[in-house]
Design a protein around this ligand. Structure first.
Ligand code: DSN
Length: 417
């Protein structure tokens, strides 16, 4: 970063500060990861200078011969990775991918059956302040109160009653397998289309650690930076018959010039995701989340749904320790353990307070940590949450975190692919 260092000292300091934070903290935010050097290089490349409205071979600008190669590589690779009929790699984010699908298929006011944000769903699946909740009629489905898992029969009953045009599967805080096959059956019974937002689990799906929703869904949307470990962006997969409306909705419907440097970085990430090394990492990610969850259970914590099948878990800190998610995440921050507060299903606390924290294993797994470290980290979390007003204990944990993170340098493990 020599140029930034010379030209903009304040910004340089902020970037270096963040780099240091990432190195020194234990990153347990389930949606975060460390992109590889190759991904970062592509993002920082001269492709950022190029306008390429349109699609490969059909551009509104001249000079697109090289960016055409980048976009075609990304399309080819992502289709192969997920066995998809068609791919659009231009959405800037998961949110714009979701918007493109919904706007291309539904008229304003039509019905969508989607997972309630309060039970683990996502903002773009129907929150009243989001485009999804503002312009469409949302019928929310939750999880079973007892098992805290999806109840596919209850979803079917809601579908039969309300006859939605679209069912949205996918979540941002659900630690169990999502069975797209079961949702396909629901959709077939009620005459609805299925969109699966696999943003959180895209890396696991690519590695075969979670069932692939592509065969069962008309549309699959995703981000590229969570378990998939690519640049901060999105994509859409769909059946061939929807290719045209999807492509037209992304451009010119919602977006102008695609971000060619980011598309190039997606091409890199899709290549990396086909390797044996990536697969091993995803398997370890699931093992690590499980180890963290089991150890926290042994230490007396209530884990929502009693565990995890994927890369994340929700800890009910209110029931376990009598503290809120907000308090827990703030005190863990002091010990350099980064998490986010999260609503748990049927939470009695307001969203900004919450009864839970969400923990994820992807970033620590990318750093090379394994079950042994997860168990140790569960212990550190317990010390902090059992001593939220004890400055000495928090300082001791902070030191322990510092010793641990020194042994797992991000930049060494990031060149792994
Ligand atoms: N904000 C993301 C998450 O943390 O899960 C979802 O988009």
């Amino acid at each position: 970063m020599d140029a930034i260092k010379k030209y903009d000292k304040k910004l340089y300091k902020a970037i270096v500060g963040e780099q240091k934070r990432q190195q020194e903290n234990l990153e347990l935010i389930a949606s975060e990861n460390y992109a590889t050097d190759a991904v970062l290089e592509a993002q920082g490349s001269v492709l950022t200078n190029k306008y390429a409205e349109g699609y490969p071979g059909r551009r509104w600008y001249g000079g697109c011969e090289h960016v055409d190669i980048a976009e075609s590589l990304a399309i080819c690779r992502v289709k192969k990775l997920y066995k998809a009929e068609h791919a659009n790699v231009q959405p800037h984010s998961g949110s714009s991918a979701n918007m493109a699908v919904v706007f291309s298929q539904l008229k304003f006011g039509e019905k969508i059956l989607a997972m309630d944000l309060a039970c683990g769903g996502h903002l773009t699946h129907g929150h009243p302040l989001n485009f999804s909740g503002k312009y469409f009629r949302i019928i929310p489905y939750g999880v079973d109160r007892k098992t805290e898992r999806l109840d596919y029969d209850a979803i079917l009953s809601l579908g039969k009653k309300h006859k939605p045009k679209l069912v949205i599967a996918g979540a941002s805080a659900y630690s169990r397998t999502i069975h797209a096959k079961r949702l396909r059956e629901v959709c077939d019974k009620i005459g609805a289309m299925l969109m699966t937002d696999m943003a959180h689990i895209a890396g696991l799906v690519a590695a075969g650690c979670h069932p692939n929703p592509v065969p069962y869904s008309e549309f699959v949307t995703s981000t590229t930076h969570k378990t998939l470990c690519g640049p901060r962006s999105g994509f859409i997969l769909c059946k061939k018959k929807f290719a045209k409306p999807i492509d037209y909705m992304v451009f010119p419907g919602l977006q102008g010039g695609p971000l060619m440097h980011i598309i190039a970085a997606k091409a890199v990430a899709f290549k990396e995701a086909q390797t044996e090394r990536f697969k091993k990492k995803q398997i370890q990610t699931v093992k690590n989340a499980y180890a963290l969850s089991e150890q926290l259970k042994r230490l007396g914590y209530r884990i929502v749904s009693n565990g995890t099948d994927n890369h994340m878990l929700l800890v009910d800190v209110f029931k376990s320790k009598g503290i809120t998610g907000k308090e827990a995440s703030a005190v863990l921050d002091k010990a350099r353990i980064t998490v986010n507060k999260n609503l748990i299903p049927y939470d009695t606390q307001p969203p900004l307070v919450a009864s839970g924290i969400r923990l994820g294993s992807p970033a620590l797994t990318t750093r090379g940590m394994k079950e042994e470290q997860m168990k140790y980290i569960a212990g550190l979390i317990d010390v902090v949450l059992s001593n939220i007003s004890n400055k000495k204990k928090i300082r001791e944990v902070r030191e322990a975190v510092s010793n641990l993170t020194k042994k797992f340098p991000i930049y060494k493990s990031r060149v792994l692919l």
